[in-house]
Design a protein around this ligand. Structure first.
Ligand code: ARG
Ligand code: ZN
Length: 387
């Protein structure tokens, strides 16, 4: 019984330590800064006549005094190379004590390994995986991403261009990015994947305010209201989509709305904030799972709206209090308005349910709006009855 277990542990260790933990035999990357012309010549000589790979500079003619050289030294030439360096009084630092372990770890790339904890875009991928990704990305984003075959490599592998376009205006300006011209520069193709992933998600959500750090733009206005601000479902990080801003009502847009509603809170009976998408009618609370004091009234209103939409337009809307129906999150305008005293406060999430998502085609505008209109009317009539 215990034998397989011991084997298992041993094999894991052998992978981690391979090839050869003892520094004598493992490959290394050395950092060397030649001080004299003689040392420069020696390094040039070593890098051409011994089994080494110059990582930096790109070619040995660029080796010169006071310039850092990074030399990949395979285990089997380690002793010889170091002896030569020593003979010429050239000191070195070990930049990477065991690059093979790193290589292996990066090639392992096991997304099923729970310890890896990284996303697809935080790993390196084989060419096959990249081809798959190109196909999938083009298929999943038919309107914005196109894969264009522009030729093939010397070894007859297809070369694709991914064309990203976000509008159809004539004479658009274009930008070209290529990655992976040099095979060993793995981060380069990784960046191209990263970039496409990033840009195709660039559907702006926040306002345009510039954070203190100046690095990222935008505060999620629907996290910026003064209701349990910054606690749930929001982030202080300006780079995130749900950034709540530096303090409640820090943003001019949220402040303007809040000021207006504060001034008119005695007349405004019904607050509705329109969003998309998911076909949903949400009411307070989102910042807590507690029930709103007039929960039943609110529920009845959205239920009626959803039922009528179903009847007239055959479309399904879900509904309920935000925290339970959608997700808990604080700083939202609906909860804020409710707490200000506007007892009928709703978030509408219009069409669709993800078929086009944020790219709802113009031909769907009328349908989406008519449904929302019906919901507004239904709810407004009910509010009038209650107040
Ligand atoms: N999609 C909206 C958002 O995340 C839903 C808002 C619901 N209300 C709320 N207070 N979170 O901003
Ligand atoms: Zn929204």
């Amino acid at each position: 019984m215990s034998t397989p277990l011991i084997w298992f542990v041993f094999m894991n260790l052998s992978i981690l330590l391979k090839p050869g933990y003892c520094t004598e035999t493992s490959d290394q990357v050395l950092s060397i800064t030649p001080q004299t012309q003689e040392q420069v010549d020696t390094l040039r000589n070593v890098s051409t006549h011994y089994e080494t790979v110059l990582w930096q500079p790109v070619s040995n003619e660029y080796i010169s005094t006071q310039v850092q050289v990074h030399l990949y030294v395979p285990g089997n030439s380690s002793v010889t190379v170091k002896a030569i360096l020593q003979k010429h009084g050239i000191t070195h630092k070990v930049l990477l004590a065991n690059p093979n372990v790193l290589t292996e770890m990066q090639m392992k790339n096991d997304s099923t390994d729970p310890r890896s904890g990284s996303t697809f875009y935080e790993r390196y991928h084989t060419l096959e995986e990249i081809y798959d990704w190109i196909n999938r990305t083009a298929q999943d984003n038919p309107r914005t991403v196109k894969a264009i075959l522009i030729g093939s490599s010397y070894e007859k592998r297809p070369l694709y261009v991914l064309k990203l376009s976000f509008n159809d205006r004539p004479n658009r300006k274009a930008m070209w990015i290529d990655c992976g011209i040099h095979a060993r520069e793995w981060i380069s193709p990784a960046f191209c994947l990263w970039f496409v992933h990033h840009i195709k998600r660039r559907w702006w959500r926040k306002n345009r305010s510039i954070s203190k750090s100046g690095f990222c733009v935008g505060v999620d206005l629907n996290r910026n209201f003064d209701v349990d601000w910054g606690i749930k479902g929001s982030s202080q990080n300006p780079c995130e989509e749900i950034n709540c801003g530096p303090f409640p009502e820090s943003e001019p847009e949220a402040q303007a709305v809040a000021n207006f509603l504060r001034r008119h809170k005695d007349t405004v009976q019904l607050y509705i904030t329109i969003h998309s998408y998911s076909q949903m009618f949400i009411f307070p609370y989102s910042y807590t799972f507690d029930q709103a004091e007039n929960h039943n009234d609110l529920l009845e209103m959205v239920q009626e709206a959803a039922q009528r939409i179903k009847r007239y337009y055959r479309n399904t809307y879900t509904y309920g209090p935000g925290a339970a129906t959608l997700y808990p999150c604080s700083g939202g305008s609906d909860d804020w308005a409710y707490k200000l005293g506007i007892k009928y406060s709703f978030t509408f999430e219009l069409q669709d349910r993800g078929e086009y998502g944020f790219l709802l085609p113009p031909s769907h505008i009328s349908g989406a709006c008519n449904e929302a209109l019906l919901a507004v009317k239904t709810i407004a009539v009910k509010v009038l009855e209650k107040t």
